[in-house]
Design a protein around this ligand. Structure first.
Ligand code: AMP
Ligand code: MG
Length: 520
């Protein structure tokens, strides 16, 4: 197995001259060289054939010793000079100083089929940025990242991806809920893949340290490799760059809202400069539609990163990026104009997205009202978001009565629905069918369109947990089953119908299903 390594990040950008793997503040550098830790007894769990192909790795190599060694951190590839990136970030609204790749080690960049991919091992040991932690990842969180990043990709959501999932054979101590109940868990390593892992925090750290020279070096590098169509670096091009990042961030968050994904930790160190979903930690999927929901117990009090607040936080994070880029632009007004465009574009795109979920193609002045009324009802009656929208596509425009049955199947407590709520649903379904009658699409055409934006299968929180429970016992079949099913989330796939079901009651308050923490 030979990968076509062709590094730019660690070739073109300034390196930390210190070569020891000691925790420290790193100045005037974008990264530090560091080798992955030797795992004690590696074991292959899963790999993505599709991702492997994109990287030029043959199927037959996936079960080779070389593949296991390289992607568990046991061996370093010839020509690879692994490193950890230096970045900072705003965590939960406050500047946190230097963070960096505390448990991610970049292996390098691979060029294949004219695409450039950066490869990174998550959980491969400590780095200069590990601060007080161990640089490791547990199997539980590695399965969650591995399955979810690929699921998001197939849902059409911009995201980092995953190549492989390996056990390290090491035990990792974790206090899952920060309540003094630490326990040993199996250690694992995921190989993540993306065109770049650059985050807002990579730029913020230089700005915070007033290192404008290296800030410019990094921004120019980013434009050269990922936004070259914008032209040669200049103040004007920096603004265009910021506009692109703003647009992509908004686009990504609109996708999250569409599929009901809650990231859980939208700190600026977890915001990709390419607008990719990155750092799958205490994320979760909406089951009952609820703007106030967050899966992250660390954020339980303020719910800063709740579902309904994700678009606002995206903007807040872009303000931090704007501040970081300011020294290169030296004008606030054009930056503010771009930030304001986020707000107005959000209104337009969010409405467009909701209209597409309802199968509304033509525009109508009352659509906003129709959508707001629906959101109120979804909230009032604990309604499964995925099942609701998928079932709604089966409605016939001349038969609103059938709608109540379809909606009913998505309620978590159908017997507790009051008569008045039932009445409101009936009225809403009537106005929706009236609205559909103004559309030119036939029922079948509308259904096909709706089913292409409303997934049938998402990685429900309890599904990942079932795969984790089995994997803890050494059984990886469910990982494989979910991985395969989630490749086609919009298809009916009758063989997987059992996964098109509401969250079982046992999972409502179970750790790992509805309660997750940053500790992984
Ligand atoms: P996160 O909230 O998971 O994105 O992590 C925030 C920061 O903490 C990043 O700098 C991570 O690299 C670091 N970090 C998280 N978990 C660990 C760990 N187990 N060991 C070292 N650093 C970690
Ligand atoms: Mg992070």
């Amino acid at each position: 197995m030979k990968l076509n390594l062709d590094d730019t990040f660690n070739i073109e950008l300034p390196a930390d001259p210190v070569m020891e793997n000691t925790r420290r503040q790193v100045f005037e550098a974008c990264f530090s060289y560091v080798k992955p830790r030797k795992p004690s007894a590696t074991q292959y769990i899963h790999a993505s054939q599709e991702m492997a192909k994109a990287l030029g790795i043959k199927s037959k190599d996936l079960d080779s010793k070389a593949f296991l060694d390289i992607f568990s951190g046991n061996e370093v590839m010839e020509d690879s000079n692994p490193y950890a990136m230096c970045y900072g970030g705003h965590q939960f609204g406050h500047w946190a100083g230097q963070l960096g790749d505390g448990r991610a080690i970049n292996l390098g960049e691979v060029v294949h089929d004219n695409n450039r991919w950066a490869l990174q091992l998550k959980g491969a040991g400590e780095t200069p940025y590990s601060r007080t932690a161990d640089g490791l990842a547990v199997l539980r969180s590695s399965i969650r990242e591995y399955l979810c990043s690929e699921a998001m990709y197939h849902l059409g959501v911009p995201t980092t991806r995953a190549l492989s999932l390996m056990l390290t054979g090491d035990q990792v101590l974790r206090d899952m809920l920060y309540n003094g109940n630490a326990a040993y868990e199996k250690g694992a390593v995921v190989c993540r893949v993306a065109p770049s892992f650059l985050r807002f925090g990579n730029y913020e750290i230089f700005a915070a340290r007033q290192d404008h020279k290296n800030l410019k070096v990094l921004v120019d590098y980013t434009i050269k490799h990922f936004f070259s169509h914008l032209g040669e670096p200049s103040k004007e091009v920096y603004l265009k760059f910021f506009q692109k990042v703003t647009d992509r961030t908004l686009d990504m968050i609109i996708h999250w809202q569409r599929v009901g994904f809650v990231h859980g930790v939208m700190n600026t160190d977890n915001m990709s400069i390419l607008g990719l979903t990155i750092d799958y930690g205490p994320y979760g999927w909406l089951e009952g539609f609820d703007f106030g929901w967050t899966p992250n117990t660390t954020d339980k009090q303020h719910k800063r990163y709740r579902y309904g607040n994700q678009p606002n936080i995206g903007l807040w994070n872009l303000y931090q990026l704007a501040n970081a880029l300011y020294p290169l632009i030296e004008a606030t007004e054009p930056l503010e104009t771009i930030l304001n465009s986020y707000k107005s574009n959000f209104e337009v795109k969010s409405l467009e997205m909701m209209r597409s979920k309802l199968g509304l193609i033509d525009t109508d002045k009352d659509d906003k009202k129709l959508i707001a009324a629906l959101e109120d009802l979804l909230l009032a009656s604990e309604t499964d978001m995925t099942i609701f929208f998928r079932n709604l596509s089966r409605l016939k425009k001349d038969n609103s009565e059938n709608g109540l049955k379809l909606v009913h199947d998505a309620f978590y407590n159908p017997t507790e629905i009051s008569d008045s709520l039932r009445q409101q649903w009936t009225l809403w379904l009537e106005s929706y069918t009236e609205r559909l009658q103004k559309e030119s699409l036939s029922d079948d055409e509308r259904q096909a369109k709706m089913n292409s934006v409303n997934p049938k299968y998402v990685l429900r929180n309890y599904m990942a947990q079932l795969a984790i429970d089995d994997a803890d016992k050494g059984d990886y079949k469910l990982i494989d089953e979910l991985f395969n099913m989630l490749k086609n989330p919009y298809d009916e796939q009758p063989e997987y119908e059992k996964w098109f079901a509401k969250r079982p009651e046992w999972a409502r308050h179970k750790v790992g299903c509805s309660m997750l923490s940053c500790s992984s």
